[in-house]
Design a protein around this ligand. Structure first.
Ligand code: AMP
Length: 332
């Protein structure tokens, strides 16, 4: 099984209380791809300018990420983002966003990218997310991320994009902003009610998960972890406890890479189910949480590129240990 991802491929300038980087590899699609590459083959779709270095592409190739559909636009400038964090690393200020080559970008996917069973619409203009979604009508699992900027300036298009996916992964504040509901559960319930315009034949035995609109909502809560809401169940995990967090940039996308990557790697186990089993979704939450915890230990992609499977497995095991409890249910 392989995963196609569309989203920003960027240069980031980031300042935190623990240091700064003026121009480092970033972008939602890049952070996602590096994390998901531990689970499955990943194909990245998106444009870069001729300022984008060969060394940055090699970072993805080294993790066996397929960069065939990374389009180099002659004379264009790579997406650029500048952000700054204060002592509260949960909130950041965006100081500059330059869309560069994403302006006017028309995604042209190779046959291989269109054949993926799993699609991740990483954070980018929702019109672009919809164009790519339309090119993978038969994908078995489709997830989407977005951010406050697109809720502010392109909400209608974003709602349309959301109604064509299975899974929405958003920060909890964005979920509230998107729905206008101050309560996380009612906000998640609202998004779960946004049906698909593509629809599926009622007699189809196992329609693709995405044919019915979102059925899985993940609310990211920064250093407090992440919550999972489906129509039937709720699950929540804290973040992995770290004493030193250096740069949270890309944590959300890295979480998504671990979460979606784990689901992609186990999708065949659930082939006969009409919805993804809770156990699968919960294990995916643990892997997303573990991956994100490595990402924030250093700037940008610096830590994840040195990561290995054993380290991930160890952190997932520690998370299981941290979150399990027993004891009598009655008091006294
Ligand atoms: P995260 O910290 O997971 O929210 O993602 C941070 C990444 O998102 C950075 O590497 C940025 O390059 C990228 N990014 C920031 N703003 C935008 C935007 N408006 N559209 C797409 N990507 C963005």
């Amino acid at each position: 099984m392989s995963i196609t991802v569309v989203g920003s491929i960027a240069y980031d300038a980031v300042k935190t209380p623990f240091g700064e980087r003026e121009r480092m590899l970033g972008g939602a699609a890049v952070h996602f791809a590096l994390a998901a590459s531990f689970f499955d083959r990943v194909r990245v779709v998106g444009p870069v300018g001729d300022d984008f270095g060969e060394a940055e592409l090699q970072v993805m190739r080294d993790r066996e990420v397929d960069v065939t559909d990374v389009e180099r636009v002659a004379g264009g400038k790579t997406f650029f983002w500048r952000g700054e964090y204060g002592w509260d690393l949960n909130s950041r200020e965006t100081l500059d966003t330059q869309l560069g080559v994403f302006e006017g970008f028309q995604p042209k996917l190779s046959d291989a990218s269109r054949a993926s069973d799993v699609l991740f619409l990483a954070n980018i203009q929702p019109d672009l997310q919809r164009e790519v979604r339309a090119q993978l009508p038969a994908a078995r699992f489709v997830a989407l991320d977005s951010m406050n900027l697109w809720i502010d300036i392109a909400r209608d298009s974003l709602v349309e994009a959301i109604s064509s996916v299975d899974c929405v992964i958003l920060n909890d504040a964005e979920l509230r902003q998107l729905t206008g509901k101050p309560n996380l559960f009612s906000a998640a319930r609202e998004v779960l009610s946004w049906g698909s315009s593509t629809g599926s034949a009622p007699d189809e035995a196992h329609p693709p998960y995405g044919a019915r609109g979102p059925s899985v909502i993940v609310a990211k809560q920064g250093e407090y972890g992440a919550a999972l809401v489906t129509r039937e169940r709720f699950f929540s995990l804290p973040a992995y406890p770290l004493e030193s967090v250096v740069d949270p940039t890309g944590a959300g996308d890295t979480f998504a890479g671990g979460f979606v990557g784990y689901i992609a790697a186990h999708l065949d186990d659930a082939a006969d189910e009409d919805r993804l089993p809770d156990e699968l979704l919960r294990a995916a939450m643990a892997h997303g949480t573990a991956l994100a915890s490595f990402n924030v230990e250093e700037f940008g992609t610096e830590r994840v590129v040195r990561l290995d499977e054993t380290e991930i497995a160890r952190r997932v095991a520690e998370l299981r240990e941290i979150t399990s409890f027993s004891g009598a249910s009655a008091i006294g």
